[in-house]
Design a protein around this ligand. Structure first.
Ligand SMILES: *Cc1c(COP(=O)(O)O)cnc(C)c1O
Length: 420
């Protein structure tokens, strides 16, 4: 069986769970750091290249600070994410604020931090002007709608709620210029978990061509192009990781052919990846509570979809290994479940695994992005904590598990006493 490796031996995990009971997510610092360096290195040709980590993927300040040390900024889309960035010492144009349906108080917070504001809609130009005032630098999110030729496997941009239409783009920048904005950026984020390199090259090409057209028509200068995030990861053992170097060389070719030859060099290149940065380097470690045989065979874990929602939400595949049983034949078929009173609380359906027993540890792979982050408290389920495996082998707790007191914290039981 094609393998996916967990960085700790069974003995090491058994030691670890004595201090930090299951379930927890554990992130591999070495893997993340090497990975992000590889991305930044691949784009070293690009003027002012910067990756803004999509905070929503793993909204933990330890993770953000670790990435900050590598020169990574923060892509935020809410008040709380802005606050996290601020508390990590990430401020100014190291923050990209890419939100939608945005309330004025969030624009205000972003503006106060000096973040790059990336507008989602043409009506937000006046909204921002009225409520907060327009900053010197404004970025605009483009939705290509029916204009996006080529790879459409991630769905039709016409159905996406985000961004400006092509016509609105021209009108929007014209309005911004008229209102005194002098620094401009252009952004698109139209893929999610996309494994095809060409898709990102096409997005860069589309944006570079727009920069040429917009600059010429409106006599404005573009400071950067942000090609968004959305680079996929191989959740299945047989899938291959995206070739970042291939994306980079395709984008470079487009940059030279379109931007340089139009005399517009330099235009900085930004990205706001989440999943591909941390996704493969996170693991949900859980223990088997029960084995149940009815019409199907079930393995019940001590975690549930509050800790990892992707399988229940989108039927997403997450690889599962059983520490100590890596070399045993996968000759059993199980549904691997959590304890929520919802039948889609299953980490895997009809999964071939070695024979599993109550008490076995279970590792669910690729939970480093959009894992713990998507959790919720439905059914009174408490979200698990997060650990970081340091490069020197130490383990630090970077978020404790929730308690019943956390769950009750928004309720006023004093008021309840006099409530009849
Ligand atoms: C979710 C999101 C990202 C990150 O997506 P990944 O798939 O994790 O790379 C980046 N930008 C925006 C605007 C997003 O909504």
């Amino acid at each position: 069986m094609a393998g996916k490796k967990f960085p700790l031996s069974k003995e090491k995990i058994e030691q670890l769970v004595e201090k930090y009971p299951t379930p927890f997510h554990i992130y591999d610092e070495k893997g993340i750091v090497e990975n992000v360096r590889k991305l930044i290195d691949a784009f070293s040709w690009a003027p002012g290249f910067k990756e803004y980590f999509a905070v929503k993927a793993t909204p933990n300040p330890f993770m953000m600070k670790l990435l900050k040390k590598e020169g990574v900024g923060a892509d935020c889309s809410s008040m709380a994410e802005l606050e996290l960035a601020k508390r990590c010492g990430i401020t100014g144009e190291d923050i990209m604020f890419t939100s939608n349906d945005t309330p004025a108080f969030e624009y205000k917070a972003a503006r106060e931090l000096g973040a790059i504001i990336n507008l989602d809609d043409i009506t937000h130009i006046e909204y921002l002007e009225q409520h907060i005032g327009l900053p010197q630098l404004v970025s605009v999110r483009y939705n290509p709608g029916p204009n996006r030729a080529g790879n459409e496997i991630i769905g039709n941009p016409c159905e996406a709620k985000y961004g400006f239409t092509r016509e609105q783009l021209f009108e929007g920048y014209r309005m911004l210029k008229e209102k005194g904005v002098r620094r401009f950026g252009l952004h698109a984020m139209i893929a999610s978990n996309e494994l095809e390199e060409q898709y990102f090259i096409d997005t860069a090409k589309m944006l570079y061509e727009l920069v040429v057209e917009l600059s010429a028509q409106l006599s404005i200068e573009f400071e950067f192009v942000n090609i968004g995030g959305g680079i996929g990861i191989p959740y299945k053992p047989e899938q291959k990781p995206v070739d970042i170097a291939a994306i980079s060389s395709g984008v470079k070719e487009a940059y030279e052919r379109i931007i340089v030859s139009a005399g517009l060099d330099p235009v900085k290149l930004y990205m706001e990846c989440g999943r591909v940065i941390t996704g493969p380097y996170g693991y949900l470690v859980s223990r088997v509570l029960h084995r149940k045989n009815i019409y199907k065979n079930y393995i019940g874990l001590d975690s549930c979809m509050a800790d990892l929602m992707r399988p229940g939400l989108y039927g997403a595949y997450h690889h599962i290994t059983i520490p100590g049983k890596e070399n045993e034949p996968a000759d059993q078929v199980y549904d691997v479940t959590g304890s929520l009173c919802e039948n889609n609380d299953k980490f895997a359906i009809d999964r071939e695994l070695p024979s599993v027993d109550p008490g076995d540890l279970v590792v669910i792979h690729d939970t480093g992005a959009h894992g713990r982050a998507m959790g919720f408290n439905y059914n009174g389920k408490l979200r698990c904590g997060e650990l970081l495996l340091r490069e020197n082998g130490d383990v630090v707790e970077i978020r404790r598990a929730e308690t019943v007191d956390d769950y009750l914290a928004t309720l006023d039981f004093d008021a309840l006493k006099s409530f009849d």
